[in-house]
Write a protein that binds this ligand. Structure first.
Ligand code: URA
Length: 241
């Protein structure tokens, strides 16, 4: 009998990333052989146990699916919302599998968001050790001073510690606004907004144009597409699979 931790099994079955699976367990959504399980260390024999999430039996070996979405502003990067806000899942109506976002974009940030039911790939892409690049375009009111941007290029102190050096480039100064492209590999909460705030600027508009080497291209706001095999293989290579 081979036993495995419950959150790993859920992640492998495409229910959620490992971290989100732990939350599902702690919140009492998961049952094993008819009993609700809340202990995070629980081990199960995935092949034999009847494991359910909100009463739905999980399926091992489900087909893996990978979606790129151009997330609009005012849409939540989550699978559901208890306040009734529109979520990224609401925008994807032609995928039957249960998928979830790889990481998050803020409610007011738009752009490239990947969704999948591949928990292992999700864990790999979100793990800090893989230093996955994310590129954003930020619109800032007024002219932005290059010397202040240099502080982002070397790393800046935020309340949760120093940031790693960022690649920062001014793309245009037009109509009283500056368009800046910034690439970071960390994924802290509201990181880009906080980095600009630390050098005295408020971001008016933030859009992610690239994630893990994939580009948004001409995908329309609110639209999505499936990743092709080549793109998925490239993601796997990034995490050393
Ligand atoms: N940084 C932010 O500030 N917001 C995002 O949504 C992503 C990165």
């Amino acid at each position: 009998m081979s036993e495995e931790r419950l959150h790993k099994v859920l992640s492998r079955a495409g229910v959620a990333s490992r971290r989100a699976a732990e939350k599902l367990i702690a919140e009492g959504h998961v049952s094993v052989d008819g009993k609700t399980v809340r202990e995070l260390g629980t081990k199960v024999d995935a092949e034999r146990a009847d494991i359910r999430v909100d009463g739905r039996k999980i399926k091992l070996n489900v087909e893996k699916i990978y979606v790129m979405l151009n997330k609009p502003r005012r849409v939540l990067s989550a699978v559901s919302d208890d306040r009734g806000r529109q979520t990224v899942i609401d925008l994807i109506d032609d995928v039957d599998e249960r998928i979830f976002p790889i990481g998050r974009l803020d409610y007011s940030t738009e752009g490239l968001l990947l969704l999948t039911n591949d928990g292992e790939l999700t864990n790999g892409l979100l793990h800090p050790s893989h230093e996955i690049d994310k590129t954003y375009r930020a619109v800032i009111k007024g002219r932005v001073d290059e010397e202040r941007l240099d502080r982002l290029r070397v790393g800046i102190k935020l309340e949760d510690g120093m940031t790693a050096p960022a690649l920062v480039q001014t793309l245009a100064i037009e109509d009283g606004e500056t368009l800046i492209e910034i690439t970071i590999h960390e994924g802290r909460n509201r990181q880009v907004r906080r980095m600009f705030s630390a050098i005295g600027y408020n971001i008016k508009r933030l859009r992610r144009v690239s994630f893990a080497g994939l580009k948004l291209g001409d995908l329309k706001v609110g639209a999505h597409r499936l990743l092709n095999k080549r793109e998925v293989e490239a993601l796997r290579r990034l995490i050393g699979e």
